[in-house]
Design a protein around this ligand. Structure first.
Ligand code: PLP
Length: 339
């Protein structure tokens, strides 16, 4: 694979660090845990969408777009990073936000990522949960085209073969870092949602024949659906980069940690966020990385991930979302005590 063949804007802070998590490893009495800091990609508090957007926005620019349209849930990290890219490039940004969780109140609906979307100058429109989001984006596109604009549509999560190139590149980067320090990685774990991250990693790992197993921890869809989505996108991405067809068994998702549903943290999510915060000084998020880490922690505790293993957790970002979930955390409401 030779990714220089694709349009790309080099705006991410790369390579992201690969760091040991010694205190968490010790607390779990278990595997050697490392963290790939894709929360540190640099664009508006960072996150995994930045790697995808380097390629997506590269294509938008190559096509002469003056406006970008995308979509996500209210507290979408993808929308926030897209809005930041648009600000950086001087493009208009229109985002359709879906009320996917129905969580009421100003923390969730106005703070966190939503605050940052506004700050970056994005135009937001809101639709009810369950709306046809692609149709909603097409409507915005039709309106803007009629007004003489040249819109470029980015799918939810930036998950198409162009966006997934960012994670094929991450696979190269991670394996190179591990090689340089003679770290034989036995497993890579990360949160999987719209599938682009896992699909890109699978395609990239396969292209370089790294033979490192990858486990996606689901945050929304049931297992069969999630694996189907990832596999389809991994195949398309492999084809795009000229890699051999991806074997189906490379795509593994565990969706046991979704809890009540997308964007609803449960006790395991909160525990994982608090453990990372208090043992490693690292901020996870309540929608994605907190659930991914909850899966990692539980699988270690249950011995599914062996104590002798060397595991890399890819931190996909999202900490801006914490401010939308203030009341999910103990001790957050000090006004009650003060009263
Ligand atoms: C979008 C997102 C994910 C999931 O990545 P996909 O490519 O959509 O599967 C994981 N973590 C965070 C913080 C995200 O914003």
């Amino acid at each position: 694979m030779h990714l220089a063949r694709f349009p790309r804007l080099h705006l991410a802070h790369l390579p992201t660090p690969l760091e040991p998590m010694d205190r968490l490893s010790k607390a779990l009495g278990g595997p050697r845990l490392f963290i790939k800091r894709d929360d540190c990609t640099g664009m508006s508090t960072g996150g995994n969408k930045t790697r995808k957007l380097e390629f997506l926005m590269g294509e938008a620019e190559a096509l002469g777009a003056d406006t970008v349209i995308t979509q996500g849930a209210t507290q979408s990290n993808h929308v926030r990073q897209t809005a930041a890219f648009c600000a950086r490039l001087g493009l208009d940004c229109h985002a359709v936000l879906e009320d996917r969780t129905g969580i009421p109140g100003p923390d969730y609906n106005d703070n966190g990522n939503v605050l940052l979307d506004h700050l970056h100058g994005a135009t937001l429109s809101h639709v009810p949960g369950g709306s046809d989001m692609n149709a909603a984006m097409e409507e915005v596109a039709a309106r803007l085209k009629a007004a003489g604009k040249r819109p470029y549509i980015i799918p939810g999560g930036g998950s198409n073969p162009v966006g997934a190139l960012g994670y094929a590149n991450c696979a190269l980067e991670l394996v190179h870092q591990a090689n340089e320090r003679s770290l034989a990685v036995g497993l890579i774990v990360h949160a999987t949602g719209s599938a682009g991250t896992q699909a890109g990693l699978v395609a990239g790992l396969h292209a370089i024949n790294a033979q490192i197993p990858l486990l996606g921890i689901g945050v929304r869809a049931p297992r069969a659906k999630q694996e189907e989505n990832v596999f389809a996108l991994a195949q398309a991405t492999a084809e795009k980069i000229g890699a051999p067809p991806v074997p189906r068994e490379m795509v593994v998702a565990n969706t046991d940690y979704v809890g009540e549903g997308y964007g609803i943290p449960n006790a395991g999510t909160i525990e994982a966020i608090e453990m990372f915060a208090q043992l490693e000084g690292i901020l996870l998020d309540p929608v994605y990385s907190g659930k991914g880490a909850a899966g990692l922690i539980d699988l270690v505790r249950r011995g599914v991930i062996g104590k002798e293993e060397t595991v890399v957790f890819v931190h996909t970002g999202g900490s801006a979302g914490l401010f939308g979930y203030r009341t999910a955390f103990a001790g957050a409401d000090t006004t009650a005590k003060a009263a």
